[in-house]
Design a protein around this ligand. Structure first.
Ligand SMILES: Cc1ncc(COP(=O)(O)O)c(C=O)c1O
Length: 415
């Protein structure tokens, strides 16, 4: 297995990249742009996916630990979810109003998430975080909100890390603090005392490029206290972590409940839908705003979402992902130690992030992930990865067997 190598070049992928540069500005854009920021072996264009696997346009199969950058959580084309989606598609998807699935999905989410009394839907994570901010502003009559730096919450004018094309005024109503730093949060609250509509936080610190930090429960509790004292909404952005950490909400086990949570990515196992759920205290504020979209009421993703959330509850999905994540972490850390290249997996094991010690320019992690991709395992050099139920013990073990060769290759480079 360690000798397995895919062909060095991807001719169809290269052709498509060249064509893309003619008709897509800068080629593919956004987080799925493979040029420059990803190892050279990473395919840009994909042909198909099934279970834990993706196939590039040149026909090579990968064990996919990116899960479409989060949305896939059961397995690609999960039969239960796809049956529910197909059944709804046969009846209708985008119609002249919502289907009963909208009410049913809201009922399901509010029954699974203890603090939630209502839900609103959109398409992408950005819709959910933006809607949550607007609800908080509507409910409080205030403009400001506080966020951690850099903390990604979407690509709109408030949050995008690349401010090209964004007027400075768009950020005028944002206060900043450092994640897990109580003093910094307190200082930001003091600076904007009485003006704060919301504090928005991810359930753990999952910024790109750096090792991940779990939340300090004392920090989470202080954020809750400060939001309550300010009469501001505490928003948890679970766009990336939803269904992977705790179905009831990521901070339920530490006794911290938000006023709103934003979801997207995994909640319909790859079908396009986002949700904001909130407590009764914000119902009136939520009912006054105007948010919408031509495809926000589509019934198929809602049917898929209902099937996904039910399946996640049946499986106790976070526990399943935790077990496979632990297997992956222990395996890869043992391999790294044996190769004299200690690798760290940080963050919750369900969403592992890779880094090497003594790797300030990230040469090791790029070379290693490049070698893993050529061995048919899609690993990421600077973003967290994702486990899915389809990553069974056998699949994780096959990934580890392939990755062993990547460690051998990295050791040979002497970086
Ligand atoms: C924590 C978090 N919030 C919001 C978003 C935005 O989601 P989307 O890209 O679906 O708009 C992302 C996307 O990666 C995210 O990770």
């Amino acid at each position: 297995m360690t000798g397995f190598l895919r062909p060095e070049s991807l001719p169809l992928d290269q052709q498509l990249r060249a064509r893309a540069r003619q008709v897509l500005p800068g080629g593919v854009y956004g987080h799925m742009k493979a040029d420059h920021t990803l190892p050279p072996s990473w395919p840009q264009f994909w042909e198909r996916s099934h279970g834990p696997y993706g196939w590039d346009v040149d026909g090579n199969r990968y064990i996919d630990l990116m899960c479409a950058w989060g949305p896939m959580v059961l397995g690609y084309q999960d039969p239960v979810v796809e049956a529910a989606a197909a059944e709804q598609a046969a009846r209708g998807d985008t119609i002249s109003g919502p289907s009963a699935r909208m009410v049913e999905f809201a009922e399901l989410l509010t029954s699974v998430i203890p603090f939630a009394d209502w839900a609103m839907f959109g398409k992408n994570g950005n819709d959910a975080t933006s809607t949550a901010i607007r609800v908080a502003r509507s409910a409080t009559g205030r403009a400001k909100f506080l966020k951690a730096t850099p903390a990604y919450h979407g690509a709109n004018d408030w949050f995008t890390p690349n401010t090209t094309g964004v007027p400075a005024g768009e950020r005028a109503n944002i206060g900043y603090f450092a994640y897990n730093d109580i003093a910094s949060l307190e200082a930001s609250v003091a600076q904007h005392d009485g003006e704060i509509a919301a504090i928005i936080l991810t359930p753990f610190q999952h910024d790109a490029l750096v090792p991940q930090q779990l939340v300090d429960p004392a920090f989470a509790r202080r954020a809750r206290e400060l939001a309550t004292a300010q009469g501001a909404a505490l928003i948890i952005d679970e766009v990336r972590s939803g269904l992977r950490l705790d179905l009831r909400g990521a901070w339920e086990s530490i006794g911290v409940r938000p006023d709103m949570t934003a979801y997207s990515k995994a909640i319909a196992n790859g079908h396009p839908i986002a949700a904001v759920v909130g407590s009764d205290s914000l119902r009136e504020g939520a009912s006054k705003i105007f948010v919408t979209g031509s495809f926000w009421y589509s019934a198929v993703p809602m049917a898929a979402g209902i099937a996904t959330v039910k399946r996640a509850a049946e499986l106790d999905l976070p526990a399943v992902l935790k077990a496979s994540g632990e297997r992956f972490k222990q395996g890869i850390e043992a391999q790294g130690a044996a190769a004299g290249l200690p690798v760290a997996i940080t963050g919750p094991v369900q969403m592992p992030h890779l880094s090497f010690a003594d790797d300030p320019e990230m040469k090791k992690v790029f070379a290693f992930t490049d070698a893993a991709v050529r061995r048919g395992v899609l690993l990421h050099p600077w973003h967290n990865m994702f486990l899915a139920a389809a990553h069974t013990d056998e699949v994780v073990d096959e990934a580890l067997a392939r990755i062993e060769g990547a460690f051998e290759e990295l050791a040979g480079l002497g970086l």
